[in-house]
Design a protein around this ligand. Structure first.
Ligand code: GDD
Ligand code: MG
Length: 342
């Protein structure tokens, strides 16, 4: 009775100009032949039958998402759910739950973001299995990554008492803490990063929605009379992390030993890319002469760089990014500015 819900609606603004409104990062092949979405779907197909995999995305991307899913398994074509407008991950999850409940009255839901790399599929499968068992015992299940630096873009999970091998009760969940908090969590040694994957018991999720998000619960309760797509514009925009995880008490964490990377920024693409002798990642139609520790990537025309150090250069057919390597988090400022300029 466990279903997979794949979240494929993010925008990936920090990977501009490769990632665009119409082509967000999960739909791109950034690290191999398959796109990030396809890698996620492929992993899910190893443990879930296709009819129990539900992919949720924005209406704008349905066509492309469907094509990418179908290329892996024709049966997935009908399992792509469209959100009429962007309302973040919690409403998207509820669309997935609704689809799952058409097959199973009381499903478990394994939630997978589509912007990650998982390095060890076998141990990932074991972790998901362990998570499903905990969710069956009414835990809200998270997967914890040992933190490597005081990242402020992730959720933090406060580890409590041991429940089973590699599984712990959770004392608290804090989404995207300020820098000082993140540093404190790192020093204390009791926190994991939240991987963004979850396993929920559908009934527990609905109960939590009733308690903590009454506006969303009211919308959810209309589903027998109308389609959930109706009324979508009126519901609040809310993530699973802020909307559910920061409130509920029965959280468990499965320690993730499967090797995890968030491909959120150009720094990650650089870090995971294959380096030449000068420590440069050179991809596509790009050339580096005496450059060091830089990423040079072109998907549109020749890009040549000489004598550069610590630079990110990304060229597409109609846009180019030149960025100091220690400022990659600021790429989203470009997107905000472009939006403001219309
Ligand atoms: N369908 C749909 N609709 N999917 C969405 C939407 C939406 O409106 N918004 C985001 N997503 C997808 C993204 O494509 C991604 O795969 C996943 O949902 C998570 O959304 P992000 O926007 O990437 O979240 P985040 O990175 O800020 O934070 C989450 O992930 C971190 C780890 O990478 C949180 O769960 C953090 O706690 C976590 O540490
Ligand atoms: Mg993300």
């Amino acid at each position: 009775r466990c279903h997979a819900v794949i979240l494929a609606g993010g925008s990936g603004t920090r990977l501009w100009p490769l990632s665009r409104a119409l082509f967000p990062k999960q739909l791109l092949a950034l690290n191999g032949e398959l796109t990030l979405l396809q890698q996620t779907v492929k992993r899910a197909l190893d443990i879930f039958p296709p009819q129990r995999i539900h992919i949720v995305t924005n209406e704008e991307h349905v066509f492309e998402v469907r094509a990418q899913a179908k290329a892996l398994d024709a049966a997935l074509e009908d399992n792509v759910l469209a959100e009429p407008m962007i309302r973040n991950t919690l409403p998207a999850l509820m669309l997935g739950l609704n689809a799952a409940m058409k097959q199973d009255a009381a499903p478990l839901l394994a939630v997978f973001p589509s912007d990650h790399m998982i390095h060890n599929a076998a141990s990932w499968q074991r972790a998901v299995q362990a998570g499903a068992e905990l969710a069956a015992q009414n835990h809200f299940v998270t997967f914890g990554i040992p933190p490597a630096h005081p990242e402020t873009g992730y959720g933090y999970i406060h580890r409590g008492a041991r429940i089973a091998d590699g599984c712990y009760a959770v004392e608290g969940f804090v989404e995207k803490p300020p820098r000082e908090k993140a540093e404190e969590f790192l020093r204390g040694g009791m926190h994991f990063w939240n991987s963004g994957m979850f396993v929920f018991n559908g009934e527990d999720l609905i109960a939590a929605l009733e308690t903590y998000q009454p506006a969303l619960a009211a919308w959810w309760n209309t589903r027998t009379a109308t389609s959930l797509r109706q009324g979508y514009s009126a519901i609040p925009s809310l993530s699973i992390d802020y909307g559910i995880m920061e409130h509920v008490s029965r959280i468990a964490v499965v320690e993730a030993d499967f090797g995890w990377d968030d491909l959120g920024s150009w720094e990650a693409i650089f870090r995971l890319g294959e380096k030449d002798e000068q420590g440069c990642v050179v991809q596509g139609d790009a050339m580096a002469i005496d450059c060091e520790n830089s990423l040079l990537l072109s998907r549109g025309g020749k890009l040549a760089a000489i004598g550069l150090k610590d630079v990110i250069a990304v060229q597409t057919r109609d846009a180019t990014l030149l960025c100091a390597k220690d400022q990659v988090q600021r790429v989203r400022e470009v997107v905000s500015r472009l939006k403001a300029e219309g």
